[in-house]
Ligand binder design. Sequence first.
Ligand SMILES: [Zn+2]
Length: 267
Amino acid sequence: MVHRRRVTVAIALAFLATAGCAALSQINLVSEQDELAMGAQFATELEGELEFIEDPFVVAYVDSLGQELARVSKRNHIPYTFHVVDTDDVNAFAVPGGYLYVNRGLIEAADTEAELAGVLGHEIGHVVGKHSARQLSQQYGLQVLAGLALGDDPNMVAELTASIVATGTIMKYSRDMESEADAHGVQELYDVGLDPRGLATFFDKLEAMRGEGGGSSLEMFFSTHPDPGARAADVRARAARLPPKDLRSDSPRFHEVQDRVRAGQGG
Ligand SMILES: [Zn+2]
């Protein structure tokens, strides 16, 4: 009796695993070319909607850190661009095709380079997993996305961009996608010699800040990145499984950049 039940459970699990894989592959049919073209449309639209920090010292630093992480990522054959958005909201996001945005508020909230890199690595992880393209194709269908890529529907690009500006994310990602992005981020940091636990300490800190009534600037991050406590634990567990290696957490340049954005020299 007990034996038979075990067999039933095993079959059910096997079925679930197969169904899960099929579902994922079906919603990931946007071609890379379309994804990049669509991303370029969003990037152009966002340029009109957001204020970017243009201080060359800040821009060059975020770009070099981001490019270093992107280069070791599992999707390093596409171009990546990084922008620093001049807003207090503690958040970062990616749109399809390698366009990444990190807010000034997040650079100010981070304590170390590894924390900032952890978040950048996580966002690159969403690009590696093509998460935003997948979510968009699931929501709107492939034909609509192909039209977007061709520039057929500027109104829809504008609408989606307005929603990115309001909510801090292009589409709500699934828990699995968040976890996959964390895993990519951990590996990228480790590969460039940065301590991947930076992502975990960043989650810890945000949760502590929120506990102290840390203000509305954090709300966006928590609405797009639920359950930071469990995620921090998961990141630490992943980091602990990697072979021991010399890893650094910080750099003087990060703090120079942080001082500059805090002093409002971004302009
Ligand atoms: Zn995420």
